[in-house]
Ligand binder design. Structure first.
Ligand SMILES: [Zn+2]
Length: 247
């Protein structure tokens, strides 16, 4: 994934309405569910990246950190432009916090577990387990970082729009669609350039965060099966925000 500064355009967000509705934090990985977490980090070896699917081949901490920062700032500019096009003021998500230990970060009094990433609406921040995310970055590729930040940023947008579904899975699949729209639009506008393998990395990432197929869809922590999440993401990626029911 390569970033580029440049003109960006995108479809306008129709029917945008900002409401003050609090929503709970939301995880991308489902740390408590065995089927929800991405595969474990590959053991360190003398040839970092040798087993990686990443076409661009680097796996350094510095690049990971740069990707997190780029994903955040591109998401910020993207959503800011969507809100502006609808004549609405936009407040970027306040903070993006790395954490390493369970309970190091809490949201509305609830401790955030390891192996996860979450948007906390109570305090308007994104928190991500830096070891877990870096492991996924090394194993899956840099596109996963853009997906992860895009998904959590989308939860912040849902909160700003007052979108609150009855079932977690609806909230989650919409966030996947919005992450897809953000990334697809950013590629179409030239803000991001896909490197070889990036689309496959998105697929691998979505496969890794899919629910166990035996989990009931209406469960409180259901995010969708890998197939549902992949469908939602690529619907947004290909058709932009019109596909995501942001009404
Ligand atoms: Zn989520």
């Amino acid at each position: 994934m390569t970033t580029r500064t440049g003109r960006r355009r995108g479809p306008s967000l129709v029917g945008l309405a900002v409401a003050l509705v609090a929503s709970a934090g939301c995880v991308v990985g489902g740390a408590s569910e065995p089927g929800g977490a991405p595969p474990p980090e590959r053991p360190a070896s003398g040839t970092p990246g040798a087993q990686s699917t990443r076409a661009d081949g680097t796996t350094s901490v510095e690049e990971f950190q740069q990707d997190v920062a780029d994903a955040r700032s591109i998401a910020e500019r993207y959503w800011s432009a969507q809100f502006r096009a609808s004549g609405q003021a936009f407040q970027p998500i306040r903070r993006v916090l790395p954490y390493r230990r369970s309970g190091e970060v809490s949201c509305g009094g609830q401790e955030i577990p390891r192996n996860n990433a979450v948007y906390c609406s109570a305090s308007d921040y994104i928190a991500y387990d830096v070891n877990w995310s870096f492991g996924a970055f090394r194993q899956i590729g840099d596109a996963f970082v853009f997906y992860l930040l895009g998904h959590e940023y989308a939860h912040g947008i849902q909160t700003r729009l007052g979108i609150r579904y009855n079932f977690t899975i609806q909230q989650e699949l919409q966030a996947d669609c919005m992450a897809g729209a953000f990334l697809g639009d950013s590629v179409r506008s030239g803000t991001l350039r896909l490197d070889d393998g990036d689309l496959e990395e998105f697929r691998e990432g979505l496969l890794a965060v899919g629910d166990d197929p035996n989990q009931p869809w209406f469960a409180e922590d259901s995010h969708g099966t890998a197939e549902q999440r992949t469908d939602a993401f690529f619907r947004g990626y290909e058709k932009s925000l019109d596909a995501c029911d942001l009404t």
